[in-house]
Design a protein around this ligand. Structure first.
Ligand SMILES: [Zn+2]
Length: 407
């Protein structure tokens, strides 16, 4: 506990230094968030009246409760933090269930990092791993989940619903609801050009069934992200000899230095932890088919974000991977390759189970690829906007710029 507190102090110091350096205060976000919530609720009331899922009063109450709940550090993003705790506890439970011993404890928080995922480093004086997720990470994944689910047609089969992802169905749905393209651009614009995804609106009212599917996706991607960082700790990538001193917002941190192989290894472990932790959750008991869906989707959504960032910064889509980090595209390829093996080693005890898991792998992969196709269709319609920013030399949001000018 003492160690964790000391690591938390260090996280708080880094957040402070980082936000000061950016002359950006997350406190401003509270006002922005309240305003946005108000606007979204009003729009939904106008459009849907009583059918709106929350009343204006309820929405504000919920918002205030979130914004006023206690945080572990002063500059923490309140909305993200509450979600992170839930996912953290769920992954911790899976770690215990699988009898995995962590070589060191970890703490987490958020910072508006110049990297779409997370920054991981070791505390200075104690052996604790500190993970700072990008503040916009969950907001981005949530909005993208809503968008792809909105772009699919829904078939009521009597005893359940099915989403239709064939090319014709998607085209038909997109021509019925062309606003989906605008929304997609708004989300990418907010994340890439403003550096703050919360400036793009969310779809508050969605049919209930679409909300269920959206939640499969957000859950999967969130669990996988957390699982991946646990994977680094479990696999021993966080030993002090492998860290690199870097300046982050003016504070020196011992960032972990990983190779592509280690990233893939963390993904494999993250996949296992995400699958086990989510299989314990009630909603997946009804439909196990969707267990892998959000995990694959998260990487597809990051692939789009990297394409947009790359296009603005370098003028083409292909430059995001680096010596230390494979791109999300490459990670997704590897993950799909390892899926069957991970499923078999986690749950394949009997011959019967093995057979079912091999069949299930094909289903899992098909669902993942469906969403990749929708995202590609949306990206192709949007891409020109980002090429245009590059041509006019419009810079991406301030938080991304270290990537542009070097760290
Ligand atoms: Zn990693």
């Amino acid at each position: 506990m003492q160690d964790k507190n000391s690591a938390l102090e260090e996280l708080a110091k880094v957040q402070q230094a980082y936000y000061q350096g950016m002359s950006y205060s997350p406190y401003q976000d509270k006002t922005v968030l309240r305003q946005l919530m108000g606007k979204t609720v009003k729009m939904s009331q106008q459009k849907y009246g009583d059918k709106s899922i929350v009343s204006e009063k309820e929405a504000y109450e919920l918002m205030d409760e979130v914004l006023d709940s206690p945080l572990q550090t002063e500059l923490e993003n309140p909305i993200l933090y509450r979600k992170l705790i839930r996912v953290f506890n769920s992954i911790e439970a899976a770690v215990h269930e699988l009898n995995i011993q962590l070589p060191m404890p970890l703490i987490f928080g958020s910072v508006q990092a110049p990297d779409p995922n997370a920054i991981v480093w070791l505390a200075k004086d104690v052996d604790v791993c500190i993970i700072a997720f990008h503040t916009g990470i969950y907001g981005y994944l949530f909005r993208m989940s809503q968008l792809v689910i909105s772009a699919a047609k829904i078939l009521d089969e009597g005893d359940g619903y099915r989403l239709l992802f064939d090319h014709d169905s998607i085209q038909q749905r997109l021509s019925e609801a062309p606003a989906i393209y605008d929304r997609f651009l708004q989300v990418l614009d907010a994340m890439v050009m403003l550096g703050n995804v919360y400036r793009s609106p969310i779809y508050l009212p969605m049919e209930e069934i679409r909300q269920v599917f959206t939640s499969f996706l957000t859950k999967g991607s969130q669990h996988f992200l957390m699982g991946h960082e646990y994977g680094h700790v479990i696999a021993g990538h966080t030993s002090r000899s492998k860290t690199m001193q870097v300046l982050f917002g003016g504070e020196e941190i011992a960032q972990i230095n990983t190779s592509w192989e280690q990233e893939f290894e963390a993904d494999r472990l993250g996949l296992m932890l995400a699958l086990v932790s989510m299989s314990n959750e009630e909603e997946f008991e009804y439909d196990i088919n969707y267990l892998y869906w959000g995990i694959d989707f998260g990487l597809s959504a990051f692939n789009i974000l990297e394409k947009a960032l790359s296009t603005v910064i370098y003028g083409n889509e292909k430059q995001w991977s680096s010596a230390t980090h494979p791109s999300s595209y490459e990670r997704r390829c590897k993950l799909r390759e390892s899926l069957q093996e991970v499923l078999l080693s986690t749950w394949g005890e009997t011959e019967e189970q093995k057979k079912a898991l091999i069949k299930g792998t094909a289903k899992f992969l098909k669902l993942g690829k469906d969403l990749e196709v929708i995202l590609e269709i949306l990206w192709l319609q949007t891409k020109d906007n980002f090429t245009d920013y590059y041509r006019r030399q419009v810079l991406p949001g301030r938080s991304w710029r270290p990537k542009l000018f070097g760290n």
